[in-house]
Ligand binder design. Structure first.
Ligand SMILES: [Zn+2]
Length: 202
């Protein structure tokens, strides 16, 4: 922070609003010597008085500390940067969700398949083969349903025709034919059926 720059800025803002040092000091309930010290860069207004000072000078604290007016343009840029950071965060969250789909789905599918192989080839009574295969199928189905739920909630599906990005319902997602995460569904915007790709952000 540049104390001299801030001081000069205070002086110029004070003149802009048409106040003498004495008048400003009077409004703030301090001595005009204190104002003079700020304006020559010998000291800074303390935080207890800053808001009131800014109000009188019609500036904000950020501007007071930077010693210059902050253009709306650079303010917009900051808002934009925040939006980009937020978008990145959402993208990362969705990426983690999709990774979870694999971490949950893959081991259960492999375990289920192993159980089916064991049931088919190992020596055991018929009833236990039936029980084992039933458990394997139930487990794969339950995990698949959970995995589709994760996939449906993470990010969006993009229509290849109108490029609308949307979130279909759970059952639309689950019942749609798919290759990986690309699903054949009806687009809610243009109404056409097509292969819709998974995307992480809107
Ligand atoms: Zn569409």
């Amino acid at each position: 922070m540049d104390q001299i720059k801030t001081g000069k800025f205070i002086a110029s803002c004070r003149k802009e609003v048409g106040m003498t040092q004495a008048a400003l000091a009077d409004k703030l309930g301090i001595t005009d010597r204190a104002i003079s010290k700020w304006e020559t860069g010998k000291s800074l207004p303390d935080s207890g008085i800053m808001l009131e000072l800014c109000e009188l000078l019609k500036i904000n604290v950020n501007e007071l500390l930077s010693g210059e007016r902050i253009m709306a343009e650079s303010y917009d840029k900051r808002v934009e940067e925040n939006l980009i950071a937020m978008r990145r965060e959402i993208e990362e969250k969705n990426r983690q969700l999709l990774a979870a789909e694999i971490w949950i789905g893959a081991p259960a599918t492999i375990a289920g398949l192993i159980m089916c192989v064991v049931a088919a080839y190992a020596e055991m009574p018929v009833w236990s083969r039936v029980v084992l295969i039933s458990i394997a199928i139930a487990m794969i189905l339950i995990v698949a349903f959970i995995a589709v739920g994760i996939e449906q909630k993470a990010g969006y599906y993009e229509c290849q025709n109108c490029h609308d990005r949307h979130v279909p319902t759970y059952w639309q997602t689950n019942l749609a034919p798919h290759m990986g995460r690309t699903r054949y569904m009806k687009c809610p915007k243009c109404g056409k059926y097509g292969w819709q790709k998974k995307v992480l952000t809107k």
